[in-house]
Design a protein around this ligand. Structure first.
Ligand SMILES: Nc1ncnc2c1ncn2[C@@H]1O[C@H](COP(=O)(O)OP(=O)(O)O)[C@@H](O)[C@H]1O
Ligand SMILES: [Mg+2]
Length: 297
């Protein structure tokens, strides 16, 4: 049966909330489950390209030059052959459109906004969506690691996404993010004929699920953010946050080192399964691979 990828954008106007970490881990977990996944790294730090170990056809780590040669601005604003932007990763079933530090000078700091404003191409805001449509039949899931900021790139990413979800910091300042994201999505749907849906936000980096400060933040959002609050916290893991372990994918960390799965991994598996509903028939594959021990315990 021909595939028709679902495009999920991890988007939050705020930085440092876990977009890169969580989108990369979602892409990896779905690929381990047996889905064909394309991860699109729009974060100008290129961290998910490092984390997922983007590689060239010959199997070498992708160099910054390889990535710099890709015209990311064009991919996001004009028709291109998107196949030319897709690379393998060290992982089976997982492809990537990479990014790298330094590429950002061509399209951030206002320049993406300026360049797209000046671009004389009528369908420029739909181009990324249309470029992605070329390869929807090759993947089950396309995951976008969004770039922070309320800017034109956010618009382009939203238009390209079928669903948007936001990781958020466990503080009381997320209602504005919800408002802003909903407004942009509504405008994009209206102006570009899309039907992108906002799934809402979940809290990341929770040190202790029983902590009273966390519980009051949770109760506040249950009451105020209503259907946009996804009550599936992702715990903070000190072990993961230590710099030497920062470069591990959460599933790999436990599978390769035969140690217990980190809490954030269990929480993310639950989110993907119960809240986002992405495992579908492939849940059985994860169970066979021993993921049962950690998630269904
Ligand atoms: N649940 C977590 N436990 C521990 N560290 C985390 C967790 N989520 C994110 N981090 C760390 O927080 C930092 C910022 O996360 P990142 O994914 O880069 O955010 P963003 O992409 O939104 O800017 C990174 O160092 C990452 O490893
Ligand atoms: Mg990021």
């Amino acid at each position: 049966m021909e595939k028709c990828a679902l495009v999920l954008g991890l988007i939050n106007v705020k930085g440092g909330v876990g977009k890169t970490t969580i989108s990369s881990n979602i892409s990896h977990i779905l690929s381990v489950a047996g889905y064909k996944v394309l991860h699109i790294d729009l974060d100008p730090q290129g961290s998910s390209s490092e984390l997922l170990k983007a590689q060239s056809k010959s199997g070498n780590q992708l160099s910054k030059d390889d990535i710099m040669n890709l015209d990311t601005f064009k991919l996001l604003s004009q028709p291109v052959s998107i196949q030319d932007y897709i690379f393998e990763t060290r992982y089976e079933n997982l492809h990537i459109i990479p990014n790298a530090r330094g590429v950002e000078s061509t399209y951030t700091l206002g320049t993406f906004d300026t360049r797209i404003a000046m671009l004389n191409y009528p369908n420029k805001y739909l181009a990324f969506y249309q470029n992605i449509n070329q390869i929807r039949n090759q993947y089950d899931y396309i995951i976008i690691d969004g770039q922070p900021g309320m800017n034109e790139m956010m618009k382009v990413s939203i238009i390209a996404s079928d669903y948007v979800v936001s990781p958020a910091a466990p503080d009381l300042y997320n209602l504005h993010t919800v408002d802003d994201t909903c407004n942009v999505i509504d405008l994009c749907n209206r102006d570009y004929g899309r039907d992108t849906e906002y799934l809402g936000f979940f809290l990341n980096n929770i040190p202790d699920l029983k902590d009273s400060a966390y519980l009051s933040v949770r109760d506040f959002y249950k009451e105020s953010a209503k259907e946009y609050f996804i009550d599936n916290p992702i715990r903070f893991s000190k072990a993961i946050n230590k710099s030497s372990l920062n470069n591990f994918l959460w599933l790999e960390y436990a599978m390769d080192y035969c140690i217990s799965f980190p809490n954030p991994c269990k929480d993310l598996l639950r989110l993907i399964d119960k809240e986002l509903g992405l495992f579908k028939e492939k849940k059985a594959v994860l169970l066979e691979k021993g993921i049962k021990e950690i998630y269904f315990d």
